[in-house]
Design a protein around this ligand. Structure first.
Ligand SMILES: *[C@@H]1O[C@H](CO)[C@@H](O)[C@H](O)[C@H]1NC(C)=O
Ligand SMILES: *[C@@H]1O[C@H](CO)[C@@H](O)[C@H](O)[C@H]1NC(C)=O
Ligand SMILES: *[C@@H]1O[C@H](CO)[C@@H](O)[C@H](O)[C@H]1NC(C)=O
Ligand SMILES: *[C@@H]1O[C@H](CO)[C@@H](O)[C@H](O)[C@H]1NC(C)=O
Length: 458
C-alpha cells in the first residue's frame, strides 16, 4: 500500500520546485496549472462525438467542446499521453476496419489532428475490426500503442513518434478499392485453437479481444480475450519492434474476461517499480459477472489467481433474466484506488438501475471482498474512471513541466466519472477516500451512446 509514497512525495516536491522556477522566470505563462479543483473529462460515444467537459466541484458539470467527425464513426476509447512537444490523445474508432486517430490537445480541451493528411482523414489502421481499447506502453514499450480489436480477435502494435506523438506512417498499402491505408507495425491473431465454440456461443465462436493493459513496469501487455476465456501475455521488454506472445492465463470456461486493472498503478513519470513491490491484477469477467484477483510474476508476466472469482453482485441477487440485457448481469469496467484499499466494478443489466460495486482490497495479500453496490445513476455504465488515475506514461518533463503540476493535484481520486451507454449520460460521483463510498454529485444528459468517460491528466 505504501510503496508509492516516496515517489509521490518526490514528485510533489519536483512539481513544487518546477512551479516556483516557473513563477520566478515567468516562462510558459499560458500553460500554468488550471485551478486545482477543476477537472476536465473527455467522453466518447457511438454517435461519433468526443465531448470535453468541465467539472467544477462540488457539482457543476458543463460541456466545453464537441469534436465530431475527426475520429471516424464510433470513437470507443481514448488514451492520454505526453510527447516531447505535445499533450496527446489517441482515439480508437470501433469501425471495420478499425483505426486510431491521434490529436494534440491544448489546455482548454480542443483537439488538433496529428499525422499525415491520409492519417488525419482516414486514421491509422489497427489491422483488425472493432477496436474497443487502446493503451500506450511505458518503460521499454513507451513508443508503442497497443490495440484490442474485438471483432477480429486480434491485438496490434502501432509505433509512436516520441517527438510529437504522431503514429508511424511508414507502411502504406493500397486496398482492393484503390484506397491508401496506413498499416500498423504488427498484428497478433488469437484463436480458440481446436476447442470449438465456447459455452456462450454467440460471444465465444472465436477470439474477441476486449482490452489491452500494460504491466506497471511496461514489460508485458495483457490482452483480455472474452471469446477464448484467455488473457494473452505479450512480452514488450525489447520494444515495439520485438513484441511477441509469451504466455497466456486460462480463466474459467464461459467466464468472458473483459477488463483488467493493475496495482500498483503506473508510477507518475513512467518510471519503474520499487524492486520489492508485489504486483497484482484485477479482472472483470463479463459473462460470469465476477471479479478475480491475481498476483503477477514480474519476471515471466504470469498471473496466479488469488482465491476464487467473486460475484460482483450482493449475495442473493438474481443473476439472470431481470434486466435490460437479455442475458445475465454483466461486469464492465474495473479500477483499483491508488491507495490499494478499494476496487470498483461497473455492473450492467439490472431491471431498474445499474450499479457500481465496491470491493475492499487486502493490502497485504491483494485479495478482494465484495462490500456493497450503489446505483450508478444511469443504464449501462460501460466505462468509468477515477480522477487522477489516468496518467500519461513517460512524459518529457522539459517543456511540459507546468502541466505535471496540474496533473497531480493534492486531492486524490475524489471523483468518479461514469459513461452510461443506454441512458446517454455522464455521471460524477464523489468518493469518500476513507470509506471508499460513492455519492452522485452531478449528471449531464444528452451524451448519446456514451461509452467512455476519462479524466484528463492535462
Ligand atoms: C459528419 O460528416 C458527415 C459527412 O461529411 C456529415 O454528413 C454529418 O452531418 C457530420 N456529422 C456531424 C454531427 O456534424
Ligand atoms: C480515405 O478513404 C476514403 C474511402 O474510404 C477515400 O475515398 C479517400 O480518398 C481516403 N483519403 C485519402 C487521403 O486517401
Ligand atoms: C505492411 O503492412 C502489410 C499489412 O499488414 C504487411 O503485410 C506488410 O508486410 C507490411 N510491410 C512492411 C514493409 O512492413
Ligand atoms: C446466468 O448465470 C447463471 C449462474 O451463473 C448461469 O447458470 C446461467 O447459465 C446464466 N445465464 C445466461 C443467460 O448467461
Amino acid at each position: 500500500m505504501f510503496e508509492n509514497k516516496a515517489s509521490w512525495s518526490g514528485l510533489l516536491a519536483l512539481v513544487a520546485i518546477s512551479l516556483s522556477v516557473l513563477a520566478t522566470t515567468g516562462a510558459m505563462a499560458t500553460v500554468l496549472p488550471k485551478k486545482a479543483s477543476d477537472h476536465t473529462i473527455f467522453t466518447t460515444g457511438y454517435d461519433g462525438a468526443i465531448n470535453t467537459w468541465n467539472f467544477n466541484p462540488p457539482s457543476t458539470l458543463t460541456k466545453k467542446h464537441l469534436s465530431v467527425n475527426q475520429t471516424g464513426t464510433s470513437p470507443s476509447w481514448l488514451e492520454f499521453s505526453y510527447s516531447v512537444k505535445n499533450k496527446v490523445i489517441y482515439s480508437a474508432d470501433e469501425s471495420a476496419p478499425g483505426r486510431v486517430f491521434a490529436f494534440s490537445t491544448s489546455s482548454d480541451g480542443q483537439l488538433s489532428p496529428l499525422g499525415s493528411s491520409l492519417q488525419i482523414q482516414n486514421g491509422t489502421s489497427t489491422g483488425g475490426d472493432g477496436p474497443v481499447a487502446i493503451v500506450k506502453g511505458r518503460g521499454p514499450s513507451q513508443n508503442c500503442i497497443f490495440v484490442a480489436n474485438y471483432n477480429s480477435g486480434t491485438a496490434s502494435v502501432l509505433k509512436v513518434s516520441p517527438k510529437d506523438g504522431s503514429l508511424s506512417a511508414s507502411n502504406v498499402t493500397t486496398d482492393s478499392e484503390g484506397n491508401q491505408v496506413v498499416q500498423p507495425l504488427t498484428t497478433f491473431q488469437f484463436t480458440r485453437g481446436d476447442r470449438g465454440v465456447g459455452p456462450v456461443a454467440d460471444r465465444q465462436d472465436h477470439s474477441y479481444a476486449h482490452q489491452v493493459v500494460v504491466s506497471p513496469d511496461g514489460k508485458f501487455v495483457y490482452v483480455a480475450d472474452l471469446g477464448a476465456d484467455r488473457i494473452h501475455i505479450l512480452s514488450t521488454k525489447d520494444g515495439c519492434d520485438s513484441v511477441e506472445v509469451s504466455g497466456e492465463v486460462v480463466v474459467p470456461d464461459g467466464s468472458g474476461p473483459r477488463h483488467l486493472a493493475f496495482w500498483p498503478p503506473p508510477t507518475p513519470l513512467g518510471g519503474g517499480l520499487k524492486k520489492s513491490g508485489k504486483v497484482y491484477a484485477y479482472l472483470t469477467s463479463e459473462l460470469a459477472n465476477t471479479l478475480t484477483a491475481f498476483e503477477q510474476n514480474p519476471k515471466t508476466g504470469e498471473l496466479t489467481v488469488i482465491g476464487e472469482p467473486t460475484l460482483a453482485t450482493p449475495a442473493g441477487e438474481p443473476q439472470s433474466g431481470e434486466g435490460i440485457l437479455p442475458t445475465n448481469r454483466t461486469t464492465a469496467e474495473v479500477a483499483v484506488s491508488k491507495d490499494g484499499r478499494f476496487v470498483y466494478v461497473s455492473e450492467r443489466g439490472d431491471m431498474v438501475e445499474d450499479h457500481i460495486s465496491i470491493f475492499s482490497r487486502d493490502v497485504q495479500d491483494g485479495s478482494v471482498q465484495f462490500q456493497k453496490w450503489l446505483p450508478s445513476g444511469g443504464r449501462m455504465p460501460r466505462h468509468f474512471s477515477l480522477s487522477t488515475t489516468v496518467r500519461p506514461s513517460g512524459p518529457s518533463v522539459s517543456g511540459l513541466v507546468s502541466d505535471i503540476g496540474s496533473q497531480y493535484k493534492t486531492e486524490e481520486e475524489e471523483y468518479v466519472a461514469i459513461a452510461h451507454q443506454t441512458e446517454g449520460n455522464l455521471v460524477i460521483m464523489k468518493r469518500d477516500v476513507q470509506t471508499g463510498d460513492l455519492e452522485i454529485v452531478a449528471k449531464a444528459d444528452g451524451v448519446t451512446s456514451a461509452n467512455y468517460a476519462g479524466f484528463s491528466p492535462f
